[in-house]
Design a protein around this ligand. Structure first.
Ligand code: ADP
Ligand code: MG
Length: 349
């Protein structure tokens, strides 16, 4: 028998394979960059993409920024300012990021430029240019306080990944969904989205959720939304402490789930339990394959929910899915009932 040729992959190959796990498509890069801006306490956040994000992605914020040394460290693998160790994770992280891999992985599969100036009164900022995972230059640069990240030619050096990209329209739809999720969750941040030079939406950053819904989904949908606001004492038993947000009149519905925007502890998630709870409340009021608009925020104690799921996936798992489903159903149902929007239905067990 001959030896199998088992050998170590070079660093570059490892990095690119790993990158594909985190950054699957332009929308995943947008998600990471938007999360970084929100974690940096931005009050303004501009996302501009070209060709669905395949040509370029630009995310600009007015957050706390980075010094030159921060910036040099930030693009390295597994570097984060957000957690110290496992204890912090187990206690339940509230920042959106914590893995310290986004900038590094995006940088290894694109041409990445970051300009940043900290909010500490620094005279100038720093521009770092990265290409395929290597720093090309780090130089002082004039820029406003905050951070601008530009990602060009995503996957230029990973043709296999590039091949799996869909049409511009599809890639942009994913980007739009990501930015919409964060705009709705952060009405106090002025969020704008521009595609190929055309503004898709912008929120004022000065309104509440209702105002953000108006900016993002338009007048017709905004007018059809009713509030949900239920605390623990009015929920059936289960892990959820409170449920709040907006859901639409049953008549205002769509054929896609895309308008179910759900959050656990301010993190945008998908969850079968939450979705089934919402759908259960509407019952037969919706036609088959019709979905309402819903923007719902659940507060759940850290230990009842696992946020440490795969970075690319937004599914969240609860220790008791059934209870969560009943709690969401009950909260949405009482909101609809209060507004006379449900035909009475037989009580369920
Ligand atoms: P993570 O978000 O998991 O910490 P990232 O690779 O996304 O990892 O970012 C690394 C670090 O770079 C962050 O922890 C943060 O300190 C810094 N950083 C990234 N983006 C920004 C930004 N827009 N503004 C300020 N700091 C940032
Ligand atoms: Mg991050």
């Amino acid at each position: 028998m001959t030896d199998t040729d088992i050998h170590e992959l070079d660093e570059d190959t490892v990095a690119r394979i790993a990158a594909g796990e985190v950054v699957e498509r332009p929308a995943s890069a947008v998600k990471e960059l938007v999360e970084n801006s929100l974690d940096a306490d931005a009050s303004r956040l501009e996302v501009a993409v070209e060709e669905g994000g395949t040509e370029s992605i630009r995310v600009a914020d007015d957050g706390h920024g980075m010094t030159e040394s921060d910036l040099r460290v930030a693009v390295r693998q597994h570097t984060t300012s957000k957690i110290e160790g496992l204890e912090d994770l187990e206690a339940g992280v509230r920042t959106l990021g914590f893995r310290g891999e986004a900038l590094h992985t995006i940088g290894s599969v694109s041409r990445l430029t970051i300009r940043s100036r900290p909010r500490d009164g620094s005279e100038a900022g720093t521009e770092l240019v990265y290409e395929g995972g290597d720093a090309v230059s780090v130089e002082p640069a004039g820029c406003p306080e905050g951070t601008v990240v530009e990602v060009e030619d995503l996957f230029y050096n990973t043709p296999a990944r590039q091949k799996f990209l869909k049409t511009t329209a599809t890639e942009f739809a994913h980007v739009n969904r990501v930015v919409t999720r964060y705009a709705l969750a952060n009405p106090d941040v002025a969020v704008s989205l521009v595609h190929d030079g055309r503004e898709v939406f912008s929120t004022t950053g000065q309104g509440d959720l209702q105002a953000a819904v108006l900016s993002v989904y338009g007048r017709e949908v905004a007018a059809a939304m009713i509030p949900v606001e239920v605390d623990e004492e009015d929920l059936p038993p289960g892990p959820v402490d409170s449920i709040s947000g907006l859901v639409s009149h049953p008549e205002t519905n769509r054929s896609s789930r895309e308008y179910l925007a759900t959050y656990v502890n301010d993190r945008a998630v998908t969850s079968d339990a939450i979705r089934e709870g919402i759908m259960g409340a509407y019952g037969t009021q919706l036609g088959s394959d019709r979905y309402p608009f819903a923007t719902l925020f659940l507060e759940v104690p850290g230990e009842a929910v696992d946020v440490n799921v795969h970075p690319r996936k937004r599914e969240v798992r609860f220790d008791d899915d059934d209870a969560v489903r009943r709690q969401v159903d009950s909260a949405v149902e009482s909101a609809l009932l209060e507004h006379g929007l449900l035909r009475s239905r037989a009580p369920r067990g």
